[in-house]
Design a protein around this ligand. Structure first.
Ligand SMILES: [Zn+2]
Length: 412
């Protein structure tokens, strides 16, 4: 029986979203929280983009140090030999790669304008997979962009060719959110049965069905005898109407009618981190969590009407499917209501030592404190908002990694 895994793409699809972005330290914090949560892989960025190089290499170092373990860190590039070579030139340590190419007639005609046909697409996929493997990639996911608008016969040929060339997973991209739960179930079951390789579900919410499509797509893959890897983002942040929300996908698989009996996670997922990661992403992206967001919204456990309030007080299960404690909610929160000393790019030593001291971090020498303060100032310049406690702790704990993350000098 196939199992279900999570591949979070907040640091790729999320940050490429119009009007939104994250600093490299914020991206690193997301990777840390995803690791704590039991997410199989973070698609952590773009290995061919030069300003990502230091961040990607620093995070791979955290992986080697055991800090970011056991999570996989996967880069995303186009399925061309040129991109593969550039990725390994800039980030030689990378082991997990997603290679993306359009497969639908709409996109082949619309993007390549008659310069490429189906055979060219197959060739590019095969050549880029072979190049990635020969450079040392251990896990290669071949991504069929616009898979949901691709003829199933071509999609099968594409996936079979990719598998024969050494691809480890096939990513079914519902790039425009065009599928529905029935259509994606059928397509993915068919692919799993015929191609016999693990399949990723990459769903968008243009029709409000990203979570439902991810779940039923994964059911199709498992029913077809393969492992399913669901692509999610924190708070559903992603291109246009967004991607499948991480927390909602986990809640659905754990809680929806009879699902958990048959469809199981391959590694335990710790929902306790849900509230923390959701709040951090909201703060970092500067996007409020909708009041009615599943599990983490302000109203997810709020009851006002007489019948509901009475019912939930008698037995929470009358009106709640899951407990707030499961999501890491319910802890008292410290909010400064009087004088507040925040970290900033112009912070000085006294304020900084006060802020750090409140978190139980004391420095051995003034030099150590100066070093970390300087890094915190740079982190503030890049984030343009006060750092959260976990970020300051991270900088104090791993100053050398932080220095690398914060180095954005244009490379030659
Ligand atoms: Zn996407």
């Amino acid at each position: 029986m196939g199992k279900i895994y999570l591949i979070d793409v907040t640091n790729r699809d999320g940050v490429q979203t119009a009007k939104l972005g994250l600093s490299k330290l914020e991206k690193t914090m997301i990777n840390i929280y995803l690791n704590e949560m039991g997410v199989y892989q973070s698609e952590f960025g773009f290995p061919t983009t030069k300003h990502e190089s230091n961040y990607l290499r620093a995070n791979l170092r955290l992986h080697a140090m055991g800090v970011l373990q056991p999570i996989h860190l996967g880069g995303w590039i186009r399925a061309t030999v040129e991109d593969v070579e550039k990725a390994f030139e800039l980030v030689p340590e990378i082991k997990d790669l997603a290679l993306s190419i359009s497969t639908s007639q709409q996109m082949i005609n619309g993007k390549f304008q008659g310069r490429k046909g189906e055979q060219d697409i197959l060739n590019m996929a095969v050549e880029s997979i072979e190049a990635a493997k020969s450079h040392g990639a251990q896990n290669v996911s071949i991504n069929a962009e616009d898979a949901s608008r691709t003829e199933i016969d071509f999609l099968l040929r594409f996936a079979c060719a990719a598998k024969a060339a050494g691809a480890d997973r096939f990513r079914y991209c519902d790039t425009l959110g065009y599928d529905n739960p029935f259509s994606i179930y059928e397509a993915c079951k068919h692919l799993a049965q015929d191609v016999k390789m693990p399949i990723e579900l990459h769903c968008h919410g243009d029709l409000g069905m990203a979570v439902a499509n991810s779940v039923t797509g994964a059911m199709g893959v498992v029913d077809g005898g393969q492992d399913a890897y669901i692509n999610t983002t924190v708070n559903g942040i992603g291109e246009r109407a967004g991607n499948a929300d991480l927390v909602a996908v986990v809640l659905a698989l754990k809680t929806s009618k009879d699902l958990a009996k048959k469809y199981k996670f391959g590694i335990p997922v710790h929902l306790k981190i849900a509230s923390k990661i959701s709040k951090f992403a909201s703060y970092a992206f500067k996007v409020e969590i909708p009041i009615n967001q599943p599990g983490v919204g302000a109203n997810a456990f709020a009851h006002a009407s007489g019948i509901h309030a009475d019912g939930v007080l008698k037995d929470p299960q009358n009106y709640e499917l899951y407990d707030f404690e499961e999501l890491g909610r319910g802890e008292p929160e410290m909010v400064e209501t009087g004088r507040e000393i925040a970290s900033g790019e112009y912070s000085g030593m006294a304020g900084f030592r006060y802020v750090m001291g409140k978190m139980g971090i004391n420095f051995e020498s003034r030099d150590d404190a100066e070093d970390v303060l300087e890094l915190a100032r740079y982190a503030n310049v890049l984030a343009q908002k006060p750092l959260v406690a976990d970020e300051l702790v991270f900088i104090a704990k791993y100053p050398e990694i932080a220095r690398e993350l914060l180095t954005l000098t244009p490379l030659s």
